[in-house]
Structures are given as structure tokens and as C-alpha cells.
Design a protein around this ligand. Structure first.
Ligand code: MOS
Length: 756
């Protein structure tokens, strides 16, 4: 009965290559803008020429007369849609009043979309877009955070955001007054304080935002979108157009990079949908690279840090006071100030977080939002403290090691950061480091060794997963989440293969479709743990259902078998220790005459009831070489040791850490969206002038996964890896630069002009 297996099964822990790798490398994987659609038209966005003010007149006569032009959509002729803030708030919208493309004449930020030109061809639309004559009345703007800081407010206030509420403590977990912390600080043996800053960063995924909208004759809407949440895009559009959720179908099977910018629907989605409704033809809207700088960004911050230690380097006081940028219409807040208090033993901590409105689009989440900002700055201060105390930077971390969350007082489900420090330091050769700056050289280059700690939280979200054995013997496993490039299709395949004893080529993992079982946006490094555990529930339920069906077959060899007595191996259900008593799953489902399926939801409720803190850690060690004559900084070596629970796939896991580390190097040395505050515009809105690390910037990166068994964090012991690689990496680079040169830079990125 058994059929020969054409590919092996895979298990959790195997370095299975990406199951979608071949599709992607051969160009067969369709990204949002790649789908051929009959009768397609092309929309090109016209971006505002001013930063703030209003449109006083639009003359589209010349544009309308241009060849191929079908329609020009502006706030003047846009059909009405549902006009409530609530429906414009997507699943992850911050508090406030979301931006509505072409909603009115008001200009709120540079490059705001002000018109959509739709034509038969992309070229015709792009040409006509240059002919739309728009007149504006400009108002004064503020885009400089140092100027906006005076208007900063506590985002967790009572919702009125009155300036009087500013300067209040966001959290004072230990009951210390600011005055008490200040007093301890002043009396301590060693002190470091300063103002640290991070520049605005844009995500710069390779793939541009793109949406194609197709209205069906029955009034339903079909969308090809670039998004980290197909159901987020679908419910957003359903709300705006007053449709039932099931009347909007969004597909987004692949993403050419997200990093958080795809968490919220971007404006091309609405523009494609409204234009397609107006002209009753499919419309595709793709942003330009420049327009990729016209929406969400990682907010720049001003971070005032003061830390004090006793003679031995034990932390006595931490003051952590940060102001981040937000827009005028929404309050984007992220956890920044508390990360410093989660990492180290300290009794006196005062935290204060505020946001300051500037005239940009609303900033948003970008890889390890908050933590990457916080710890890539705070860990510079820790390095300064090591030099102030006169001990090795790694020693300072060990002296202050804590095995509980300092804010909640909860112990961790697991924390193998100690192992990560030890294994990372060993592999790097940290013991050979000479403590004094400028003491190590290689030819004419100064050599610096720096290190830092990274922390990210281990998150878990409710996901529904469907497992369906089809009559052709293929097992579909599906949820509406997304594979944002992290390898979710692959690990779903592995987990299903192990659970069901089926070969990988008979498993079809499905994601990125709003009609699949309910899932939130994919982000926060929660995908592997959340989907993985839900998938095990689904497989368990499916096995029970399959056995039930198998027992009912005439003369079933499994007639009286209980679930504990059987195993699922080699595409069969068979009695343990009696492999002759077996039924092939394909035969079983063929006999059934239709698919056998189950759907199960894994929710945070399935986690251990005990209140424990759940974090992922990395200890990152960096070598830089600095040529002072040329002002050139090179990161020549990185060793990072990551403690992230059970590793499902070491190949895709390593790839995530490599990506995070590369982005950390970018944050340290290159990435900065530079604003001309007179114009209120990002100047370097292209990949020639916004530098992300290229191959020449990246040398050796060595990734270690330390052993961290964790049976409490979730049943599979998975912690997630998408974000931890960036947290601390930029600080380690900055600290290595100090070690090489003796120059301390507290502003990221450390471009040559800041160093010399
Ligand atoms: Mo991530 S910034 O949660 O996509």
C-alpha cells in the first residue's frame, strides 16, 4: 500500500533550504506588481511640492489631454467613501486620525500624494503626471526634532495630549521618585550622562509598494498587495468602501522585504482601489523609490541617558529620558526607555518617554522597533561607563547580570545570555583585547574591538491554522499571516513534516491571502512561535480525524487502534511495533472522496499560566579598522552569539541574524534620512544617497546559536529571530570605533564627518 517517497521528511532543527527558494531565484515567484491582469491600467502618483499648507487650485487640462490618459483622481473628484477615523484605522494604527489619501486640500507632509494619474500605459501615466498643474498656499512647518521637543507630550496620557501633561513619568516601576534617582546618581562613585541621538531611517525594502485593484461584477474587490498583513489590508478597504469583510480578497504571497513598513496599508492601496472603482477597470499603482520615503520611517530620537555605578561597576542609578518624533495627526509611540531597565540589575530607575509632533508622515515600526533605538544608544553609554569605572566592557555586563526582569520583577522563562557572552567572547578572541583606546593597530589602520548586548521580547499572537489533506495526498497548512522573507513557508513545512511524518514535497504551506484562517500582521518576530505552535495543534487534531476515518474503512487494519497506539510515518498511519498494520494517507483520503481538514487556533492562552518574562538576547562582538587619514571605517569582523530558544531551522535562522547584523551596521555607519529643515523634505530620498550597506561594507559575520532549552515560553520552545540581530549591533560598532580611535560619538550613524 505504501507509495515510494520522492523526498525525505524534515524535522524541526534541520537546515532545510527555503521551499520557495527555487521560485524566487528563477523569477517564478510573483510579487505584488508582477501579476498579469487583463485590461490593466496604470496609476502614477503625483506628490505634493510643499511640506505644509493647502492646495488652492488644480488644473489637469493638459494632463487630461495627454495621449492614453483615462482619469486624474484628486481630492476634488474623488468619490465619497466612509468618512470616519475608525474605519481608516488599520489593525496596527496608532492613536489619532489616520491620513486619508486625496481626502482634502490640506498638505500635511512632504511628498503627500495629491493626485493619481491613470493611463493605458505606465509611460503615458508618468508623462501626464508631470502635466498636472497644482497651486499651493504654503504654511510654515517644523520638521526639526530639537525644535519640536518643546511640544513633546506623554503618549500614554489621558488621550488629550495637552502640553501640561508632558514631562510626567511614563513609568516609575520601582516607586522611585525622579529626585531620589537623581540623588543616588549624584552620590555614586562613577557617572556617565549625555544626550544620544538616532537619525531618521527608512526601511528601504527592495520591493516597492504596489497594489493592483480589480472590482468584480458582483461588487467585490480583489487586490494584489505588498503587505505584511493581507487581512489588515482587506479589513481596511472593507471599512472604507463599506463592504463586508468577505467582499474584499487581498493576496500577497511574497514580499521583497518589509522590516515593518508593510505592517500598515500604505497609500497606493487606497489609490488603486478608488481609481479602479471610478474607471471600472483594474488599476495598478506602484510607488517610485522616491515615494518610498514619503510614508513610514523609524522615528529619530533625542535620548538623554544618565547612569551611575559604584567602585566595582555595579549600577546604582539609571535615568532614561527619550523624546521621539511623531506626526501631527497620529501618536506613534514605541517602547524605548524601559529596555535599559530590563537588561541589568539596578534598584534606582527613572523612565520618561515623550513624543514630539513634526510635519512628516507618521513614523512607524522598523525592525526591532524601540529596542533597536534604545539599546543601540544605551549600550554606548554602558561602554562609556566601563571606561569610567576602568573595567572591561564585557566584565561590566557580567557584574550587572540579572536573571529577572528588573521592571516586573518576574524571572525569565529562560535567559542564556551568560552563555552567549561566554561563547561569543571565546569565538571572537575577546580575552586578547587591550583595554586602552588606540592601542591596537594593523599597519596604518587603528583596530577597535567593541561589544554590546541586544534584547528583544518574545511575543506570541493568536493565529488560526488550517491543515487539510487533499485527495491528491498533499497536505495544505495555511494561515493568513505572511512570509516577509524570514522563511515562514519553510518552517511551516518542516513542522508539518515532522508532525505528520510526510515528505516535504507533499506539504503545501500557504500564507499571504486574506481568505485563509485568521491571523494578525506578521511582525514582532512572533511568526515562528505563534504559527508553529498553532500548526502543531492543527496537526494533532488532523491526526485524530484521520485515524477516525481510517478505523471506519472496511476491514481496516487500524480498526481498534487508539491514537496512542499509532504513529504517522512515511505518509502512513500505522500501528507502533506492527508496521504491517498501516494505511496510506493518500489512499485514505481518496477513499473519503474529499479533503479531510481541521482548523485550530493557537492563542496566548496556551502559554504557561505562570507569569514570567520572555526575552531573546544576543551578545555581539565587533572589530573595526579605521584609517584616520582617509576617514574610512570598516567593520572587518562580527561575532554574535544569540540565545533564542529552540532553533527550528539553523539555515533560515542564521540568515535572519545576518540580515539583522547588516542592518545594525547600516544603523551604525550609513543609514540616515537627511532632512532639509528649511524645505521640510528628506533630501536623500533615493538609494544612491541613502546608503544601506553593500557587499563591500560587509565582511565576516559569524553567528552562534547558544543552547537555550525553554519549555515554558511556548510548547515548542521557539523565541523568534527576525529582529534580535539588529539590537546592540550598532552600539558594538560604535564602541569598537571608540576603542580604535578614542573618539566617542553619541549620534548614529557615525559618518566620517562625525568622527574626524
Ligand atoms: Mo516588524 S518592525 O514588527 O515588521
Amino acid at each position: 500500500m505504501a507509495t515510494a517517497l520522492s523526498s525525505p521528511t524534515s524535522r524541526i532543527g534541520d537546515p532545510l533550504s527555503r521551499v520557495d527558494g527555487r521560485l524566487k531565484t528563477t523569477g517564478l515567484a510573483n510579487y505584488a506588481a508582477d501579476f498579469p491582469v487583463e485590461g490593466l491600467t496604470y496609476g502614477v502618483v503625483v506628490s505634493a511640492a510643499i511640506t505644509k499648507g493647502r492646495i488652492t487650485a488644480i488644473d489637469a487640462t493638459a494632463a487630461r489631454a495627454a495621449p492614453g490618459v483615462i482619469e486624474i483622481v484628486t481630492h476634488e473628484n474623488r468619490p465619497d467613501v466612509v468618512d470616519k477615523d475608525k474605519v481608516w484605522q488599520d489593525m496596527v494604527a496608532p492613536k489619532g486620525s489616520p491620513f486619508r489619501p486625496l481626502g482634502d486640500a490640506e498638505i500635511r507632509f512632504a511628498q503627500q500624494p495629491v493626485a493619481l494619474v491613470v493611463a493605458d500605459t505606465f509611460e503615458a501615466a508618468r508623462h501626464a503626471a508631470t502635466l498636472v498643474d497644482i497651486r499651493y498656499e504654503a504654511a510654515s512647518h517644523v520638521t526639526d526634532l530639537t525644535e519640536a521637543e518643546a511640544g513633546a507630550y506623554n503618549p500614554k496620557g489621558d488621550g488629550t495630549y495637552s502640553p501640561e501633561k508632558s514631562r510626567s513619568d511614563l513609568a516609575n516601576p520601582l516607586g522611585n521618585t525622579k529626585a531620589h534617582v537623581e540623588k543616588v546618581y549624584q552620590e555614586a562613585a562613577h557617572r556617565v550622562s549625555g544626550r544620544y541621538t538616532l537619525a531618521p531611517e527608512h526601511h528601504n525594502p527592495m520591493e516597492l509598494f504596489a497594489s493592483t485593484a480589480i472590482w468584480k461584477p458582483d461588487g467585490s474587490l480583489f487586490i494584489h498587495d505588498k503587505t505584511q498583513g493581507a487581512q489588515n489590508s482587506a479589513t481596511y478597504l472593507a471599512g472604507i468602501f463599506g463592504l463586508k469583510p468577505e467582499q474584499v480578497h487581498v493576496v500577497a504571497p511574497f514580499m521583497g522585504g518589509g522590516f515593518g513598513v508593510g505592517l500598515r496599508p500604505q497609500y497606493q492601496l487606497f489609490l488603486a482601489a478608488i481609481a479602479a472603482k471610478m474607471i471600472e477597470r483594474p488599476v495598478k499603482v506602484v510607488m517610485t523609490r522616491q515615494q518610498m520615503f514619503s510614508h513610514q520611517y523609524r522615528p529619530n530620537v533625542i535620548y538623554d541617558i544618565a547612569i551611575a555605578a559604584d567602585q566595582a561597576g555595579r549600577l546604582q542609578a539609571i535615568r532614561s529620558d527619550c523624546v521621539g518624533a511623531t506626526s501631527r495627526f497620529e501618536t506613534f509611540a514605541e517602547n524605548i526607555v524601559d529596555w535599559c531597565a530590563r537588561g541589568y540589575r539596578c534598584d534606582n530607575i527613572a523612565l520618561d518617554y515623550r513624543v514630539a509632533p513634526v510635519d512628516t508622515y507618521t513614523p512607524g515600526s522598523m525592525r526591532a522597533p524601540g529596542a533597536a533605538t534604545a539599546l543601540n544608544l544605551f549600550e554606548i553609554a554602558m561602554d562609556e561607563l566601563a571606561y569610567e569605572v576602568g573595567i572591561d566592557p564585557l566584565e561590566l555586563r557580567l557584574v550587572n547580570y540579572t536573571s529577572k526582569d528588573e521592571i516586573s520583577g518576574q524571572p525569565f522563562t529562560s535567559k542564556a545570555l551568560d552563555k552567549a557572552y561566554a561563547e561569543g567572547a571565546e569565538r571572537f578572541g575577546w580575552s586578547k583585547r587591550v583595554h586602552a583606546p588606540r592601542a591596537m593597530t594593523d599597519g596604518r589602520e587603528l583596530v577597535g574591538w567593541g561589544m554590546a548586548t541586544g534584547v528583544w521580547e518574545t511575543l506570541f499572537q493568536a493565529h488560526a491554522v488550517r491543515a487539510r489533506l487533499r485527495p491528491d495526498g498533499v497536505l495544505e497548512v495555511a494561515t493568513a499571516s505572511a512570509d516577509i522573507g524570514t522563511g515562514t513557508y519553510t518552517i511551516m513545512t518542516q513542522i508539518a513534516s515532522e508532525e505528520m511524518g510526510m515528505p516535504v514535497d507533499r506539504i503545501d504551506a500557504q500564507l499571504g491571502d486574506s481568505t485563509l484562517p485568521k491571523a494578525p500582521v506578521e511582525g514582532g518576530s512572533w511568526g515562528a512561535a505563534s504559527i508553529g505552535n498553532a500548526l502543531v495543534l492543527a496537526c494533532t487534531a488532523l491526526k485524530a480525524k484521520l485515524l477516525k476515518a481510517a478505523r471506519k474503512i472496511d476491514d481496516s487494519p487500524l480498526a481498534n487502534a487508539a491514537i496512542e497506539q499509532v504513529e504517522f510515518v512515511g505518509g502512513q498511519i500505522r500501528v507502533k511495533n506492527d508496521p504491517a498494520r498501516a494505511i496510506d494517507l493518500t489512499d485514505l483520503v481518496t477513499t473519503e472522496g474529499g479533503p479531510i481538514e481541521v482548523e485550530e487556533t493557537g492563542s496566548p492562552k496556551m502559554l504557561e499560566a505562570a507569569k514570567k518574562a520572555r526575552n531573546t538576547h544576543q551578545a555581539v562582538f565587533v572589530e573595526v579598522k579605521v584609517d584616520e587619514q582617509l576617514g574610512q571605517i570598516r567593520v572587518t569582523r562580527v561575532v554574535t552569539a544569540v540565545a533564542a530558544g529552540r532553533i527550528i531551522n539553523p539555515k533560515t535562522a542564521r540568515s535572519q541574524i545576518l540580515g539583522g547584523v547588516v542592518m545594525g551596521i547600516g544603523m551604525a555607519l550609513h543609514e540616515e534620512t537627511m532632512m532639509d529643515h528649511r524645505l521640510g523634505r528628506f533630501m536623500n530620498h533615493n538609494l544612491a544617497e541613502y546608503h544601506v550597506p553593500a557587499h563591500a561594507d560587509i565582511a565576516d559575520i559569524d553567528v552562534i546559536f547558544v543552547d537555550e532549552p525553554d519549555h515554558e515560553v511556548n510548547p515548542l520552545g521557539i523565541k523568534g529571530l527576525g529582529e534580535i540581530g539588529i539590537v546592540g549591533t550598532a552600539a558594538a560598532v560604535a564602541n569598537a570605533i571608540f576603542h580604535a580611535t578614542g573618539v566617542r560619538v553619541r549620534d548614529l550613524p557615525i559618518t566620517s564627518d562625525r568622527l574626524l
